[in-house]
Ligand binder design. Structure first.
Ligand code: ACO
Length: 330
């Protein structure tokens, strides 16, 4: 049978830091309460990476696990795509550090992409193109964030939401009908101002003033982000279903970016897929940005929830704002 080439995830891995920061801990840092955070976000605790750990350590850990799960070694990789907004350094790419840390060879092209919380889906989509064009055989796609390093722990609007973490997937070509069925990516650059780090780039280079004004931290218009997240996460999910002519009831699992449980409840309602089908980690890990999808996926694979040939719908949105979706047959 002559089957179309799809890109299939053949191994997934993760990094979850040991350090737990609970809502109760945050009560001692900003004016907030456990009840407020749980009710408004669904988050009970999040993980914070220790001081000596950098983003590429977390990413390398997750990618090594994904390679082991796939039965592969670092030399098998043709490409590493690292989605992050919290790189080790502005220059060079975090993916280059990861390549060195896992011991991959120089034929493994390694680069970062910055699509915030949608980064893993952007990476998956780029990998999908390279695999289907046969430009690469094995690609590691990583979503990794060390957000605690760019959070203002004096700003209760943001510091309660995020956590650190990394997830990685190894993908390759497959002709059995399994794998990525579609990806759709979107950006609305008129909304760059609702979620950003104001300083540290060419627009506002680091200076004594930018530090004094706390401009190197995440700044966010929470309500606006909430509104767009609900709308575009749902629309992207519906776009994926429509493109594949799949009714919502045929979806087995939704692995969505986890920003806020209320956002996911609304997406569930709008798309017509019950919450029981959503793989959730927000209560324990908070918003881990680009890592949230591969972290949740890994958990659902490890505990045996996801079975061969099941349909997985992914949808994510983040700063940019950028968003997208993917539909996969596992
Ligand atoms: N503890 C207690 N009170 C707080 C806290 C806090 N941590 N944060 C804000 N408040 C206060 C506000 O100051 C405000 O007080 P006021 O009425 O006296 O002015 C009050 O709570 C209500 O604030 P709202 O902004 O209306 O609260 P809302 O219900 O919108 O919840 C939240 C805020 C949780 C940030 C919500 O808007 C949200 O989740 N937005 C999405 C943002 C997000 O997820 N961003 C992540 C990055 S993008 C992504 O991942 C999709």
């Amino acid at each position: 049978m002559n089957r179309e080439l799809h890109t299939r995830i053949v191994g997934v891995g993760s990094y979850i830091a040991e350090g737990v920061l609970t809502n109760k801990d945050l009560e001692n840092m900003v004016e907030t309460s456990d009840e407020w955070i749980i009710e408004r976000t669904g988050i009970r605790e999040r993980r914070i990476a220790p001081k000596q750990v950098v983003t590429s350590d977390m990413a390398a850990h997750a990618l090594k696990q994904a390679l082991a799960a796939a039965g592969l070694g670092p030399n098998d990789l043709d490409m590493i795509i690292c989605a992050t907004v919290t790189p080790d350094k502005p220059l060079p790419a975090t993916a280059a550090f990861v390549q060195q840390k896992i011991g991959a060879t120089s034929h493994c092209a390694s680069f970062d992409i910055a699509a915030a919380c949608a980064g893993f889906l952007y990476g998956l989509s780029i990998a999908d193109c390279h695999i289907r064009l046969k430009k690469a055989k094995y690609i590691g796609v990583i979503g990794v964030e060390l957000l605690s390093r760019i959070l203002d722990f004096k700003d209760r609007n943001t510091c309660v939401l995020f956590g650190d973490g990394a997830g990685a997937a190894v993908v390759t070509g497959d002709e059995t009908g399994r794998g990525i069925l579609s990806t759709h990516l979107f950006t609305d650059g008129s909304l760059t101002g609702i979620l950003h780090v104001p300083a540290g780039g060419s627009a506002n280079p680091a200076s004594e003033h930018t530090v004094a004004d706390r401009l190197h931290y995440v700044h966010m218009g929470g309500q606006e982000v909430f509104r767009y997240a609900v709308r575009y996460l749902s629309e992207a999910a519906q776009t994926a279903l429509k493109a594949n002519q799949i009714p919502p009831e045929q979806v087995d699992w939704v692995v969505a970016h986890q920003a806020n449980i209320r956002i996911l409840n609304t997406v569930s309602h709008r798309v017509g897929i019950p919450m029981e089908k959503f793989v959730l980690n927000i209560e324990r890990l908070g918003n881990t940005s680009s890592a949230s999808i591969p972290l949740a996926l890994n958990e659902a694979i490890q505990d045996g929830r996801v079975k061969d040939n099941e349909l997985i719908l992914m949808t994510a949105l983040g700063g940019g704002i950028s968003w997208g979706s993917a539909l996969l047959r596992w």
